[in-house]
Design a protein. Structure first.
Length: 399
């Protein structure tokens, strides 16, 4: 059984699998680098993504290898010496580590905003943290730990009164494909996405939307396949940020997965996952030894611990007895755990998809019920000593 969709979605739509197979059998050449290759699907995928996120121009969609690369391009390219950035306790290391790197290199100021015990960030705390030198606000749209979805629309709309002086970066890695992303309401200047999660593409493809009015230096320069007479990187987006051979196979997977998602609709996916998480949580709430960190959510994420049992041990039981794949630990988001109160070992995360069956959910619930009933005998282990956990409260600016 597969309960790790928040890491990488599985299974992929049959349309995606068929297209990938045909690609290896029929496609020749490399995008923009031969006269024999039909490259229309690259532009068409940009167009489909621009429609999917409701942004105006397909050329504002830049392809990268994943969200991590996208976030690095934006964070390291946009922030300058003395800038102030506001971000949250829910962020993934793909935001935290670039920010810490830029802080060392450019002496930026960072305000880290707390969340509640389910990972919700109050928009008032974001807005009240704004200073005269605030240049960027970064928010994780959906927590990969708890499944909590943030009110990015309210934040984006409230930032408009600053007349474009404060840019807004939203990490939609967990939400894109699960819920509707309407940037006409969010009004983000940057949207960072990955293809291998709920967008149902293959690993190694991602990208970002960039507001056409915003200019970033390219993260890397080199071959673009066109305008070879220029000795400097082309200025036009997306070429400016797409040096080297594109992952055409990855783009093709999104070309087809977006058709599948549009036929299914994100409303239907979100409704299905809300029902599944609601049912799952109701079953788990009846187990006295469980600590639950998730609320009903459209991302299909259920995070919990069984008191006295290290999370990795629970995943070992699930793998051995049910052949179930899930994820445990800090989940690449170290700060949120001190607010949901499960340090130092993190939690067990079960993450579902539209393809997860009710039978599978019931099997897992029954199994966890049995572990819960045996918890007292399983708890007789010594918790290992570990290194000191990083704390957001030790960062320079914390609200």
């Amino acid at each position: 059984m597969y309960f790790d969709s928040a890491a990488t979605s599985f299974p992929k739509p049959k349309e995606v699998k068929k297209a990938i197979s045909n690609f290896f059998e029929q496609e020749l050449g490399s995008f923009q680098r031969t006269d024999t290759e039909n490259s229309d699907f690259i532009y068409e995928t940009r167009r489909k993504l621009s429609d999917f996120f409701n942004v105006e121009s397909p050329s504002s969609i830049v392809f990268t290898s994943n969200s991590t690369e996208s976030l690095n391009i934006i964070i390291q390219g946009f922030l300058k010496n003395g800038d102030h950035v506001i971000t949250t306790a829910t962020e993934h290391n793909s935001v935290i580590r670039p920010l810490v790197k830029v802080k060392h290199e450019k002496n930026i100021q960072i305000t880290w905003v707390k969340c509640d015990k389910y990972g919700f960030v109050n928009p008032d705390d974001i807005i009240s943290s704004i200073k005269d030198n605030t240049k960027l606000v970064i928010m994780n749209h959906g927590s990969n730990v708890t499944g909590q979805v943030q009110d990015v629309e309210q934040v984006g709309q409230r930032l408009q009164k600053y007349d474009g002086k404060i840019k807004f970066l939203v990490d939609i890695s967990q939400t894109a494909g699960h819920i509707k992303i309407d940037n006409s309401k969010i009004q983000a200047d940057f949207l960072a996405f990955t293809g291998h999660k709920a967008l149902l593409g293959v690993p190694g493809i991602g990208g970002f939307y960039i507001n056409p009015k915003v200019d970033l230096p390219p993260f890397k320069v080199g071959g673009t396949g066109v305008l070879s007479e220029l000795l400097e990187q082309p200025k036009a987006v997306p070429l400016k940020y797409e040096s080297g051979t594109l992952n055409s196979l990855g783009v093709l997977s999104l070309y087809h997965s977006l058709d599948y998602l549009n036929s299914l609709t994100t409303d239907k996916i979100a409704s299905d996952l809300k029902k599944k998480t609601c049912y799952f949580l109701d079953r788990l709430s009846k187990m006295e030894n469980l600590e639950i960190y998730s609320l009903e959510n459209p991302l299909g994420i259920i995070s919990f611990n069984i008191r006295g049992i290290v999370p990795s041990r629970i995943s070992h039981f699930l793998s051995k007895d049910l052949d179930l794949q899930c994820r445990t630990g800090l989940l690449c988001a170290p700060f949120i755990h001190e607010f949901i109160h499960n340090n130092p070992f993190g939690c067990v995360r079960l993450s579902m998809s539209y393809e997860t069956t009710w039978e599978e959910i019931n099997v897992v619930c029954e199994y966890l019920k049995n572990i819960n009933e045996q918890a007292e005998s399983i708890q007789n282990i010594k918790f290992p000593e570990i290194y000191e956990m990083p704390s957001i409260k030790n960062m320079e600016e914390y609200v």
